[in-house]
Design a protein around this ligand. Structure first.
Ligand SMILES: [Zn+2]
Ligand SMILES: [Zn+2]
Ligand SMILES: [Zn+2]
Ligand SMILES: [Zn+2]
Length: 236
């Protein structure tokens, strides 16, 4: 078992600074990445995580391999966790979830525990302010169409990439932050905010409707209501 909190040079094994471009001992080029499963350091030149690579799951026969939307190359490795299957890229640490898997991860505590359970360091890695990062549209791992960028649950501060028919892409550490956000009660706060907004929206519509009743020729269609489930519905 290697220490996941220490990044090591893939060539000589010396502890290396993840911000350095080259190993201070042997000069080898460094490409640090976070393992999508144990969140520890690994080098992108390493084929799979030395700590949890053995748990990788062969894709079901006949299934089309998923391409990493960030690296735009390399097949994602699937992994079964707490009743769901996620696919991750060991090169950049990103994770792909289909809509059903992500919904379950949001709702099912055992899936959340299974996903976060292997975490080596709950605070790591630190992530830069998403608003400061350049906006990059990424192709869907399944169909290659450009995905939509969605601010998850409005207030989590995590921007995720969504292809409605296929699934969601989380850059390195984003899914861990989202699951941690959910486990800390973040969704309850969002639901409460949604409930308040729904009440206000109804009151506003009631006012509008009574104003419109004087104009019977107008078609008053009921707008799509915001519900607690709408949190996921909007996203997917
Ligand atoms: Zn080295
Ligand atoms: Zn790992
Ligand atoms: Zn990747
Ligand atoms: Zn797609």
């Amino acid at each position: 078992m290697s220490d996941a909190s220490v990044y090591r040079c893939p060539s000589c094994g010396a502890a290396a600074d993840p911000k350095a471009a080259a190993c201070a001992y042997c000069g080898a080029r460094l490409s640090p990445a976070r393992c999508p499963w144990c969140f520890g350091w690994l080098d992108a030149a390493t084929k799979d995580c030395p700590r949890c690579g053995a748990a990788a799951q062969a894709p079901p026969p006949g299934s089309k391999p998923l391409t990493c939307p960030t690296c735009r190359a390399g097949a994602l490795a699937a992994r079964a966790l707490g009743g769901i299957t996620l696919s991750g890229c060991a090169r950049c640490g990103g994770v792909w979830a289909d809509a059903a898997a992500f919904k379950r991860l949001c709702e099912d505590r055992s899936a959340q525990v299974a996903y976060l359970g292997e975490a080596v360091s709950p605070q790591a890695p630190s992530v830069s302010d998403p608003s400061a990062a350049p906006v990059v549209y990424r192709p869907c791992a399944a169909c290659g169409e450009m995905m939509n960028r969605v601010n998850f649950a409005g207030g989590s501060g995590v921007i995720v990439d969504v292809c409605k028919p296929h699934g969601l892409w989380f850059d390195a550490d984003e899914l861990r932050r989202i699951v941690a956000f959910i486990r800390s009660g973040g969704l309850d706060l969002v639901r409460e905010r949604e409930r308040r907004e729904l009440v206000e929206e109804r009151q506003r519509l009631d006012r509008e409707r009574s104003a419109l009743l004087d104009m019977p020729s107008l078609d008053i269609s009921t707008p799509h209501p915001i519900t607690a489930a709408g949190l996921l519905g909007d996203l997917l």
